[in-house]
Design a protein around this ligand. Structure first.
Ligand code: NAD
Length: 254
């Protein structure tokens, strides 16, 4: 039980295919009590139903684009729990039309929204979580190789992931003195709701499968295992890192 006696918040469950849900389930299996946040009431029913599969879940609604909703969500958690030990940030958004065509066409507004929801939110949530992490903590976010290489159609989201990974390093520096670790797991392609918004996702999957040293699709449980390792005491010496769970795809020249 890697997370026995620990409590944490998992942000980004939309449905049973969400990476956030796989991490939440794995964390609960490893003994953690988990708070799940969902973006809006439209997703609330899904998340309430899924939450029945884990023991003693807490549920809060939170749109990470709203400072007041972030404050309210963490206040709700504080009312139930005196402390949290971990935070999982599994949130990204860019308008669908920005994930097609050419990056050079990206509008100012689409760029702003992608950065706000997909990158700035990590800093906002870390700031809100810090006072509750009185005994240290671990924060994990999810990234993608499009942050450092050009992946056709990933466009503005690649730039947002670059910003997210840089944020991981700055947050790790700031929060290290409170024994709070901050890391990213960079994941190979997995079919989820967010992925379905990326034009040509099917060919990304096929390319990955043929080029990755492990020659197979990334399994969502592999991501959950790595995230839980980083959330647990087993990862206690690791901060500010981007760890790849992609079957080794990132080491290849082509
Ligand atoms: P998903 O659609 O299941 O999860 C994305 C989540 O972001 C959803 O729960 C959605 O509600 C939430 N979200 C979007 N805007 C929000 C807002 N304003 N406030 C609160 N929540 C908001 O898809 P996923 O693939 O599980 O995505 C989780 C993370 O994993 C994302 O950061 C994504 O970029 C990353 N990732 C996914 C893949 C992949 O291939 N699926 C690969 C690498 C990284």
């Amino acid at each position: 039980m890697l997370l026995s006696g620990k409590r944490g918040m998992v942000v980004g469950v939309a449905n049973k295919r969400s990476i956030a849900w796989a991490i939440a389930k794995k964390a609960a299996d490893e003994g953690a009590q988990v708070a799940l946040s969902y973006q809006n009431e439209r997703l609330g029913d899904n998340v309430r139903e899924l939450a029945q599969e884990i023991k003693d879940p807490l549920l809060v609604q939170m749109d990470v684009g709203s400072d007041s909703q972030i404050v309210m969500a963490f206040d709700n958690i504080r009312k139930q729990w005196d402390r949290i030990d971990f935070l999982v940030h599994a949130v990204a958004y860019a308008p669908r039309h920005a994930l097609d065509g050419r990056f050079v066409e990206t509008s100012r507004e689409d760029f702003r929204v992608a950065q706000d929801i997909s990158a700035y939110s990590l800093a906002a949530l870390s700031r809100a979580a810090q006072p509750l992490m009185t005994d240290g903590g671990s924060i994990v976010t999810l990234s993608y190789l499009g942050s450092e290489r050009v992946v056709p159609h990933y466009n503005v989201m690649g730039v947002a992931k670059a910003s997210l990974e840089a944020s991981v390093r700055y947050l790790a520096y700031d929060l290290g003195e409170s024994n709070i670790r901050v890391n990213a797991v960079s994941v190979g392609p997995i079919k989820t709701l967010a992925a379905s918004g990326i034009s040509g996702f099917g060919s990304m999957l096929r390319h990955h499968r043929t080029r990755a040293p492990l020659q197979k699709d990334v399994e969502i449980e592999e991501v959950a295992d790595a995230a839980v390792f980083l959330l647990s005491g087993m990862g206690r010496g690791i901060t500010g890192q981007v760890i790849y769970v992609d079957g080794g795809y990132n080491i290849m020249a082509d």
